[in-house]
Write a protein that binds this ligand. Structure first.
Ligand code: PMP
Length: 304
């Protein structure tokens, strides 16, 4: 497997970190996970909302005060080079990582950084199956401790605690509440809740990562006449919801069939989820017009 590392394409075995690198000592890294959707008829790989992911990456690095981060243009060039080098004519998951790679430094060392890009084939998350989730006893990190809007490596320890607990309790995954008890998000996904004809999702100030899929679903929903609102959501609203679903780059739209053992709606994929998921994937694969301007289309085959 090959990586793009600070402007060069290298084999993964040749990517090394010093054991005293700040990246390893303190988990000093930010990253993005992005999907590329292959359209065989068009022979094009469509990268979903690349510019928005790169903006979030720069924002994460800015909040954590990383120094001399490569520009979004440099990263885009590197990514396209890597995709062409690998001839990635398939659905892919792209990971862009920026690590502080100072050796032996203390907490105030924020550079130099190392930028790495990988792209691996990826199909449907969890086979697209509905999930049974439990509300976690762990609470979500918040903006005054570990800002959740930063997509940092270290933040995932909070997600991991919740996920491990959920699996140990026999669930597929977790819903995490804010310290004040409102619904925040899943370990790697935002959450949507439908009650009647209203679709709701927690506000960006409820301890969430500001998901790009979340934003896409809000925009897509409104464009087809769905009443989508952002507001704080109580735990018990999950139990009485008509539909609950997770959204995220990897998860796309994943239905939740039960919460804490309580069946949601009729325990199957809901009508809004179904409609939005179909629409979302048609846009992502460029099967319908990309009227939002969300796709970066790349020719990845040799000779293109
Ligand atoms: N919340 C968390 C904690 C996540 O890790 C992710 C996945 N990146 C999301 C939400 C969804 O974000 P996005 O739609 O941008 O992938």
């Amino acid at each position: 497997m090959k990586f793009w590392v600070n402007k060069e394409i290298v084999d993964s075995e040749d990517v090394t970190f010093h054991p005293l690198s700040t990246a390893l000592k303190y988990g000093a890294g930010v990253f993005e996970g992005i999907r590329g959707y292959w359209n065989a008829d068009q022979e094009q790989l469509h990268i979903f909302r690349l510019d928005d992911h790169l903006k979030r990456l720069q924002d994460s690095a800015k909040i954590l005060r990383f120094e001399e981060v490569p520009s979004s243009e440099e990263i885009t060039e590197g990514l396209i080079e890597l995709l062409r080098d690998g001839g990635m004519a398939t659905d892919v998951h792209i990971r862009i990582q920026i690590f502080v790679d100072n050796v032996g430094g203390y907490l105030n060392e924020r550079g130099p950084v190392r930028a790495l890009i990988s792209a691996v084939p990826m199909g449907r998350h969890n086979g697209g199956k509905g999930q049974h989730v439990g509300v976690s006893s762990w609470r979500r990190i918040n903006d005054s401790t570990m800002p959740p809007r930063v997509k940092s490596v270290a933040n995932y320890e909070n997600s991991t605690l919740a996920h491990i607990e959920a699996v140990r309790h026999g669930y597929n995954d977790a819903v995490i509440l804010t310290a004040s008890g409102h619904v925040s998000e899943g370990p790697g996904y935002n959450v949507f809740v439908r009650r009647g004809d209203q679709l709701m999702t927690p506000m960006v100030t409820d301890g969430i990562l500001e998901g790009i899929t979340r934003d896409s679903i809000i925009k897509l929903g409104r464009s087809i006449g769905i009443d989508v609102i952002e507001r704080s959501i109580d735990r018990t609203e999950l139990y009485v919801a008509d539909e609950v679903f997770f959204v995220g780059t990897a998860a796309e739209l994943t239905p939740i069939f039960s919460v804490d053992g309580i069946q949601i709606g009729d325990g199957d994929i809901g009508e809004y989820n179904n409609q939005l998921r179909t629409h979302y994937l048609e846009i992502a694969r460029n099967e319908v017009e990309d009227s939002f301007g969300w796709l970066t289309s790349v020719s990845v085959k040799e000779g293109d």
